[in-house]
Ligand binder design. Sequence first.
Ligand code: NIG
Ligand code: FE
Length: 416
Amino acid sequence: MRSLAVLHASQLVTLDGPKRPRVGAEMSELAIIRDGGMLIRDGKIESVGPSDEIEKNVGDAEISDARGRVVIPGFVDAHTHLVFAGNRLDDFERRARGETYEQIAKAGGGIWSTVEKTRAASEPDLLLQAKKHANWFLRCGTTTAEAKSGYGLTVEDELKILRVMRQLKDRVALEIVPTFLGAHAVPRERSLDAYLDVVVTEMLPRVTQQKLAEFCDVFSERGYFNIDQSRKILSTAKKLGLSLRGHVDQLTKSGGAQLMAEMGATTADHLEQTDEQGIAALKRAKVQPVLLPGAVYALGLSRYPRTREMIKAGLAVVLATDFNPGSSPTPSMPMVLSLACTQMKMSPAEAITASSVNAAYCLNRGDKIGSLEPGKLANFAIFDCEDYRELAYWFGMPQTHSVYIKGECVSKSGGV
Ligand code: NIG
Ligand code: FE
């Protein structure tokens, strides 16, 4: 039995609390232990408390001295597009010249250009690139990341992306939660109706048969999939046993939030254009909003979601990176915390809750990860600062000291 004792953290941010996503004022309660310690056995947390208490039971455990440092649960990033080939540097320059996301997509950039590169990449090549991305996440303190397909758009290429996620499991420490996003865009070679048919009658049955995904997502947006088309895909996925997520109300308001409520989805993501009716619908159906400020920032836009209204309405808000080559090329949850506090007026404590325990629940893993409580996996990150608020305050500067998954050090600043 392997044991590890983390001792003397200036703040051990436990997020100990009710066994469900946190809402309203609960989002500000981090259950911090000063001079905190944690005993880990066989990858799981055995006890958490003041260091002098924990020290009594250390026995022959390896000691990690966290003096002067903050310890938090590893970030859970609930919305990423982690598997893709290449980058979108041309789009980036075009945006700097003033072109919009939609204009760039029409001119041959956008999702389609990543689809072409991803189709052309062999499975081993794609795996290599995905491994590189996964290590970026670890370096930022993320220990679990949801990952979507969606850059293949043929049966074989979508399956290839999902298989890469499965292979990643044995090759990187980062835990990956796979989502099928065949309805990310309509491929050039097919009509919308023909493609919808492929998604519903070919892709979804094969994805579920091979157990390659836990969730199904759809990009519900003008020029991509409308509400009726999105409903068709999501209801088929639901019948096949997948839980649901959705890219809704990102660039235009289409009633996407209401659709996710109607479908009983686990999450509704983006929501930059969602109004109070949409917020009320999410509340009634207990759908968790996943907010993605990195995409607003990187697209050079200024309309962030109505976060304070969502918290006031009692929604269990989640923050995520939306890591992708087009609209949000960042794997950094600390960057997202900074944006959440400066642009969306979340408090640093609310932002931490939204990126740990609430995020874990929206990936159906609230009983295993997201907080530092006895019985949960020992997934945590140690940062080179004394106060958790510094994570959101200093920006553009890595503060990660070390990252642990199931009690094993998987990333250390300056190398493991
Ligand atoms: O979440 N909105 C759709 N999908 C991504 C963008 C993907 C891309 O541009 O490659 C998003 O923003
Ligand atoms: Fe996305």
